[in-house]
Design a protein around this ligand. Structure first.
Ligand SMILES: [Fe+2]
Length: 327
């Protein structure tokens, strides 16, 4: 399938990925993992919710964990350019007959909740409570020294359809993987903010949530996080890596939180902001796409993900399978 031309004049303007909102079963255990071990900053803690952010961030939260007996993800949130963009987004949703409503979310202004055509729950907002950046508060750096949210990655049962919808919203392609026989897109990395991605979609049963990627400053921060996790009782949380992706060139470590939500520590991708940026194509069977050093990812990484709350899951459109490790 040929790539689409980029849409430089979308109906409303999204700035960047901003948060993921999850359910968690035991917030004390979640706090031990996300705050005490990984080094997230707790902006707000209540008996029912944990609002977390990275050290660099000036907005109140980039990960929200709400107490619930069921484990799922309730929304991925994007910041828009202005309040008026929220109204333009509502008009756009109405024109596409997409379910949408304005909802109340603590610590943020007007928030428009919608489902994309595949059922991915999305929230759009412009204003969020400001908090002090801890960028230069080095005495508070712990664990992986988490800096900021970078992206989310979701399973889509129809990556082509997800790609077409997000292109309509002004997202542009940085890299993608296609099956060798027919060129159908198996996974795609899409951005608004000018690095490799704000959101990526991978072929699979879905819609489901695959992971949230958190930016860290250096490879050394990820190696240090491995040492911390391995010696504080969290060794089983390390699912894949550390390693370097071919696609995106990022250095990575994938973790599973106490409820199974996947978080990636991520650094070392690159700039994509030029309007005539040419996307990079990878063959689905190229082992260096997954890991530049050649090691395949475990089966769990390809097959497991968090459900979106209340959202039915559909079988994937493509049957093509990437290379999977024998464990
Ligand atoms: Fe990622």
């Amino acid at each position: 399938m040929p790539l689409l031309p980029p849409n430089h004049h979308p109906p409303f303007s999204i700035v960047r990925i901003a948060y993921v909102d999850c359910h968690a079963t035991d917030l004390a255990v979640s706090r031990a993992f996300w705050v005490d071990t990984l080094g997230f900053v707790a902006s707000e803690e209540t008996p029912d919710a944990l609002y977390l952010r990275g050290l660099e961030e000036r907005s109140h939260h980039s990960v929200v964990l709400r107490k619930s007996p069921q484990v799922d993800v309730t929304a991925v949130g994007f910041k828009v350019y202005s309040e008026e963009d929220l109204d333009r987004a509502a008009t756009f949703c109405a024109s596409r007959r997409l379910a949408h409503e304005f909802v109340d979310r603590p610590f943020q202004g007007r928030t428009l909740r919608l489902s994309d055509p595949l059922g991915t729950p999305i929230e759009l907002f412009f204003s969020m409570d400001a908090v002090p950046s801890k960028l230069r508060q080095y005495g508070e750096y712990r664990g992986a020294r988490i800096q900021r949210i970078d992206h989310v990655n979701c399973f889509s049962p129809d990556v082509q359809a997800s790609y077409e919808f997000f292109t309509d919203l002004g997202f542009r392609v940085s890299e993608y993987a296609a099956a060798d026989r027919d060129d159908r897109i198996w996974s795609i990395w899409l951005h608004r903010k000018g690095n490799v991605h704000d959101i990526a979609f991978t072929n699979g049963r879905g819609p489901r949530f695959h992971h949230v990627g958190m930016w860290v400053n250096s490879v050394t921060d990820i190696i240090h996080a491995c040492d911390v996790l391995a010696t504080t009782g969290w060794i089983a949380s390390m699912e894949r890596g550390p390693g370097r992706h071919g696609l995106s060139n990022a250095f990575f470590l994938y973790l599973r939180d106490p409820d199974g939500h996947r978080v990636e520590l991520f650094t070392s991708d690159y700039m994509t902001i030029d309007p005539d940026f040419e996307p990079t194509r990878w063959d689905l069977r190229d082992p260096q796409r997954q890991t530049l050093w050649g090691m395949p990812a475990p089966r769990s990484w390809f097959e497991e993900g968090s459900l979106f709350a209340g959202q039915p899951v559909h079988e994937a459109a493509l049957e093509a399978q990437p290379i999977v490790a024998p464990w």
